[in-house]
Design a protein around this ligand. Structure first.
Ligand code: PHE
Length: 486
């Protein structure tokens, strides 16, 4: 109805000069007229200009007096012709009406305030304040002096009125055509598609976000790491055993049984089953021998090696336990190999910003004749430059199972400092020869955590934000595809 009124009026007339007056004339609420004007303006059927007008409106207090009369009139009417005591009068009125009423009625000389008695001074009063408030409420004009007085009493307040003046727009039509949003089967059957006007496509509208599974950053980085190993010709080792015996995790790696890492403070031992039953006995004998008295050019550690220690089950502390099993298997029928693995390991550590009791290890090894430290450095440079870390430094280090050993540092452009990224070395003859590998075979190997590069690449500084029950699912939904090499 409002739309027809606006468009219909413009058909005959040049302009609607004031939407407020127009709404009064047509008996349609101004809000409704305004909504229609806005919509028609949007579709350019009309051209609307803002109009702002200041007018007076009643405050809450003003509204109360417009309804019930001014306080002075209420007070006057509460005084009977014969007069009344102050206390009696006070009881009849609201405290604020009594107070304001007294002030104004005395000012108007309507009443006489005696010591205890209150009496009328005039027979009859006109409630002008109320009349003025009603006039303002009805939008009628009131003279400036009265406005001032009401303003001082805070009974009226300026209101901004907003409306429009409206002319025909470039797409004016006496009736708005409904635009079609879809071409339907019915349109085709009826043939009315010929007359239909179709809504234009909005190519800038944003689509619904798609629902779908999201990969955790660790999985994305793991995938990239895997791709690098595969590109370099490495084969994956089977790492599907979190539980390992101390033998494969430590003893076979020439790690002495008193070594602090084998303490329950650093390693989680299993209660049930607490020991392993399957170890290759002849190999165990050779490992015992090399620990106790050496061989293969080594003096050994010179302590009494205990089988019970080697039998203890634990959660593997490094994937080097898997590498050891693989090398032992390879020794039975040797061929040069490049192996890698990426999987979980466990350490009984105090949990903090950068440490968890479980994390993932990336491990690579090459087993061939005639390998040297130079090969190891070259392979590491190749591997890490594929991760986007081409500035490397090596620092001599110690592992019970490698000699020489090197910590690997990389210059981090973002952090502007050298950060430790991994550990590496050449496996000792004390580890390789008891397995039965040929004497001229060397193994170069390295390991690093998956979490550390992931945290650096994704700018996460607390490992608990990356892994565990506190991880924000939003992080997983919103993180970039993969950031290796950035
Ligand atoms: N196992 C070592 C670690 O847990 C990493 C490593 C692997 C070191 C291979 C040297 C050779 O830190």
């Amino acid at each position: 109805m409002a739309e027809e009124a606006v468009l219909g009026y413009l058909e005959e007339n040049e302009e609607i000069s004031d939407s407020g007056k127009f709404s009064e004339e047509k008996g349609i609420s101004h809000d409704e007229i305004v909504n229609v004007i806005k919509s028609l303006n949007g579709f350019r059927l009309v051209d609307a200009q803002d109009i702002k007008r200041e007018r007076w409106g009643l405050t809450k207090e003003g509204e109360m007096y417009a309804e019930a009369g001014s306080p002075e009139a209420q007070l006057f009417l509460a005084i009977p012709p014969e007069g009344i005591t102050r206390e009696e009068l006070q009881k009849k009125l609201d405290p604020s009406i009594f107070k304001i009423g007294c002030q104004q009625a005395i000012k108007n000389k309507w009443i006489e305030m005696g010591k205890s008695q209150v009496s009328r001074k005039v027979q009859h009063v006109d409630d002008r304040v109320r009349d003025l408030l009603v006039q303002i409420q009805n939008g009628e004009a009131v003279n400036a002096e009265d406005v001032d007085a009401l303003k001082k009493r805070k009974l009226i307040t300026p209101l901004i009125w907003k409306g429009y003046s409206v002319k025909k727009g470039p797409k004016y039509a006496p009736k708005r055509k409904k635009v079609a949003t879809d071409l339907t089967r019915e349109n085709l059957l009826r043939g009315d598609w010929r007359e239909l006007e179709f809504k234009e496509y909005n190519f800038l509208a944003k689509g619904q976000p798609t629902e779908g599974g999201c990969l955790h950053p660790l999985l994305k980085v793991r995938r990239q790491m895997q791709m690098i190993f595969l590109q370099m010709g490495f084969e994956e080792m089977p790492t599907n055993n979190f539980i390992e015996s101390s033998f494969w995790n430590f003893d076979a790696l020439f790690q002495p049984q008193q070594h602090p890492a084998r303490d329950s403070h650093d390693t989680f031992f299993l209660k049930e089953p607490s020991t392993t039953k399957m170890l290759p006995e002849d190999y165990v004998e050779r490992v015992k021998g090399v620990h106790e008295s050496g061989g293969y050019g080594s003096r050994g550690y010179g302590y009494e090696w205990k089988r019970e220690e080697a039998n203890k089950n634990l959660l593997r502390t490094h994937t080097t336990a898997v590498s050891t099993r693989m090398l032992y298997a390879l020794a039975q029928d040797f061929a040069p190999k490049k192996y890698y693995s990426i999987d979980r390991v466990f350490r009984n550590e105090a949990v903090d910003r950068t440490h968890l009791a479980e994390f993932h290890q990336i491990e690579g090894l090459i087993c061939d004749r005639g390998l040297t430290l130079g090969h190891l450095i070259g392979v590491l440079e190749d591997f890490f430059s594929r991760l986007g870390m081409s500035k490397l430094k090596f620092k001599p280090a110690y592992n019970p199972y490698t000699e020489p050993s090197m910590e690997i540092f990389s210059y981090h452009e973002g952090l502007r400092k050298w950060v430790e990224i991994g550990n590496s070395g050449m496996f000792r003859p004390e580890m390789l020869l008891p397995m039965g590998l040929p004497e001229d075979v060397q193994v170069i190997a390295w390991g690093l955590s998956l979490e550390r590069p992931t945290m650096i690449l994704y700018g996460i500084d607390n490992i608990r934000d990356l892994f565990g029950h506190k991880v924000d699912l939003g992080l997983i939904k919103r993180n970039p595809l993969c950031r290796l090499g950035l």
